[in-house]
Design a protein around this ligand. Structure first.
Ligand code: SF4
Length: 262
C-alpha cells in the first residue's frame, strides 16, 4: 500500500469550524488540525513522496506509511471477540439534538467488503483464542437499517460462520425503531439484543424526533416496540435525552412510557 492508500486509514473528524481531529487508529496517532493542515496532509498522501514534505514531525512518526492491524494484543489484555460496524451516516429521522447531524452529512456507507473484512478478522481472532462467543454490533447515529443490504448480508454471514465454527453469536445494535414491517421481522428473527432511542410521550417524540420530511414518528416506533414485546424480546433501554420542554413533563413521560409499552 502506498501513501495514497494511507488516506483510507486516516480520519478527519470536524469538531468545530476550522478545527478537525486527525485520527490514524492503526498508528495510534490523534491530533487537532485546521483546514489548511488537513488539505496539506491529503496533498502529501497524494504526492506519495516525502520530498519537501512540510510535515517533519509526522514524517518522523512514520505517519505516511501504511499501518497494519495488530496481529495480537492479547498480551495487553485485548481480546478481539466483537466487531462493531458503523454502516451509514444516513437517517430516516431528523432528531433535533442529533449528534450525527440527523443524516445531513454527504452520504457515506460502509461497503460489504469492509464489513466482511471486519467480521473475518474477529472470526480469526476468536478461533485463534478458542473463544466460544462472538459479537457483531451495529453502531447507531445514522440509523443502521438505512444500509439494509450490508446489515442483512453481514448478519447472515456472521450467523453462517458462527454455525460453521460452533460459536455463540450475539448480534446487537442501536436503532431508532422507525421501521417497516419487513425490517422489524428481520431484526426479530436475526438479532439478539438492541436498544431503541425513544422519547416517551407522543407529543415529545414527534416534536423532538420528527421523520425526514417532518412527519410524526411516535406511532411507528411504538408499533416496533410492541412487536418486539410480543415476540418476547427483553427491551434493553429506551434513551430519552432531556430538553427544557421535557423537563416540565418528566413525571408524565415515565408513566406514559410504561403504559404505552405494556
Ligand atoms: S435517530 Fe439517531 S441518527 Fe437519526 S436523527 Fe435521531 S439521533 Fe440522529
Amino acid at each position: 500500500m502506498d501513501s495514497k492508500n494511507v488516506l483510507q486509514q486516516i480520519f478527519s473528524i470536524p469538531v468545530e469550524e476550522e478545527k478537525y481531529i486527525i485520527y490514524a487508529p492503526l498508528k495510534r496517532i490523534a491530533f487537532i488540525a485546521n483546514t489548511a493542515m488537513v488539505n496539506s496532509i491529503i496533498d502529501r498522501c497524494n504526492r506519495n513522496s516525502d520530498k519537501d514534505s512540510p510535515h517533519e514531525f509526522l514524517e518522523e512518526l512514520d505517519f505516511f506509511t501504511p499501518g497494519t492491524i495488530p496481529e495480537d494484543d492479547f498480551q495487553y489484555g485485548v481480546q478481539y471477540d466483537t466487531v462493531v460496524l458503523f454502516l451509514t451516516n444516513q437517517c430516516n429521522l431528523r432528531c433535533r439534538y442529533c449528534y450525527a447531524s440527523s443524516g445531513d452529512y454527504p452520504k457515506k456507507e460502509m461497503s460489504w467488503e469492509v464489513a466482511k473484512a471486519g467480521i473475518d478478522f474477529v472470526l480469526s481472532q476468536v478461533q485463534k483464542r478458542s473463544l466460544k462467543d462472538m459479537t457483531l454490533g451495529f453502531h447507531g447515529g445514522g440509523e443502521p437499517t438505512m444500509n439494509w443490504n450490508v446489515l442483512t448480508r453481514a448478519t447472515d454471514y456472521a450467523h453462517k460462520k458462527s454455525q460453521e465454527y460452533n460459536l455463540n453469536l450475539h448480534v446487537s445494535g442501536a436503532f431508532n425503531g422507525f421501521w417497516s414491517e419487513k425490517i422489524c421481522n428481520y431484526i426479530i428473527q436475526n438479532l439478539t439484543e438492541i436498544s431503541i432511542s425513544f422519547d416517551g410521550l407522543a407529543e415529545v417524540q414527534n416534536r423532538q424526533r420528527p421523520s425526514l420530511g417532518n412527519g410524526d414518528s411516535f406511532e411507528k416506533v411504538t408499533n416496533t416496540m410492541k412487536r418486539l414485546d410480543a415476540a418476547g424480546w427483553k427491551r434493553s433501554h429506551e434513551s430519552a435525552p432531556l430538553c427544557s420542554h421535557k423537563i416540565s413533563l418528566i413525571d408524565t413521560i415515565v408513566v406514559a412510557t410504561l403504559l404505552t409499552l405494556k
